[in-house]
Design a binder for this molecule. Structure first.
Ligand SMILES: *[C@@H]1O[C@H](CO)[C@@H](O)[C@H](O)[C@H]1NC(C)=O
Ligand SMILES: *[C@@H]1O[C@H](CO)[C@@H](O)[C@H](O)[C@H]1NC(C)=O
Length: 305
């Protein structure tokens, strides 16, 4: 083989290798996710516009391991449905999935408060009993509703970080191994206690977690585009190797809003291959304003460049 032929072969090999590495490391950036159902305002799946060129996930908010009484008591991993099950029923899940091949539906665990006011605390009697209760109660709900995954959104903790990591890590691993779910995400935000718990989970069980729904809207509402990019880079480092989604809220104000440059920041992150997708809190809050920002988010994600 002459020198020039060898050179061409090496050149082609190099091109293939570059392609292979950019493929495997570039996060899937056409993922759009939106929380739905927490506020009981009769929101339906079909209210939210769906772009066919994105992967679209609804995330039901929330299932909680508390009793539904005026003095809610913790149930050690026995989950109940606390979203609007009248309008977001098993029938409605299957009809939205049948109408749109690009739709999946997940279920979020926890949330800020139980029945408006008291904080929803992560509390367990023992790791094994909590995991066993959570696996059986969630399997029942997930199969009844034909759901695809779970999202972890505990924000208040009565247990240390290692107990949280072990419980959630074992829960996700078991549900995946049993073929009950195909995807899992976590929803941390910038707060010492919260990050301590989620980073412990990430360290031991990051390999079973598909997406990080980082709540960037929990930052100050005066966040600028360049600060947002810095926060995004910081969290990408914290949750190293993870698919990090950018986010905004349509409930009040927080973080970088679409009005102030959120999409500029997303386009920049996307062009650098860093954007794992976009998620919104929440469909309930966007209902009265026509979902303009949801459409814009999906158009951005659907665009090839
Ligand atoms: C909880 O109880 C309230 C009032 O008693 C009721 O309106 C609500 O539907 C119940 N929620 C669940 C998840 O059972
Ligand atoms: C969660 O814990 C806090 C104290 O840390 C308590 O005030 C609150 O009532 C608890 N939430 C519930 C639903 O019991």
């Amino acid at each position: 083989m002459g020198f020039s032929k060898l050179f061409i072969v090496l050149f082609i090999l190099q091109a293939f290798l570059t392609m292979a590495t950019t493929r495997s490391f570039a996060p899937k950036s056409n993922l759009f996710r939106e929380y739905i159902g927490a506020e009981g305002n009769n929101i339906r799946f079909s209210d939210v516009p769906i772009n066919h060129n994105v992967e679209f996930h609804y995330i039901l908010a929330f299932a909680v391991d508390y009793t539904n009484s005026s003095y809610p008591l913790p149930t050690n991993g026995i989950f109940k449905k606390f979203w609007d099950t009248d309008n977001l029923s098993p029938f409605q899940v299957s009809s939205i999935k049948n109408q749109h091949g690009n739709v999946k539906v997940a279920l979020s665990l926890g949330g800020d408060t139980v029945r408006g006011g008291q904080t929803c605390n992560f509390s367990v009697s023992s790791v094994d009993s909590w995991v066993s209760n959570a696996v059986s109660s969630l399997t029942e709900i997930i199969q009844e509703y034909n759901l695809d995954g779970i999202d972890i959104d505990y924000e208040h903790f009565h247990e240390d970080a290692n107990t949280f990591a072990e419980c959630i890590g074992k829960l996700v691993t078991t549900l995946k191994n049993n073929g009950v779910i195909s995807l899992a995400s976590i929803a941390p935000f910038e707060d010492d206690e919260v990050q301590r718990h989620y980073l412990a989970l990430w360290k031991s069980y990051g390999h079973v977690i598909d997406y990080v729904n980082f709540q960037f809207y929990a930052y100050d509402k005066r966040t600028s585009v360049s600060q947002f990019i810095k926060y995004f880079q910081k969290q990408s480092k914290n949750y190293g190797g993870g698919s990090i989604l950018a986010s905004f809220t349509t409930e009040g104000h927080g973080g970088l809003s679409p009005k102030n440059g959120f999409f500029t920041a997303c386009r920049r992150l996307k062009s650098q291959g860093k954007l794992g997708g976009i998620f919104v809190w929440s469909a309930d809050d966007s209902k009265d304003s026509g979902f303009g920002y949801e459409k814009e988010s999906q158009a951005l994600l659907a665009k090839r460049h």
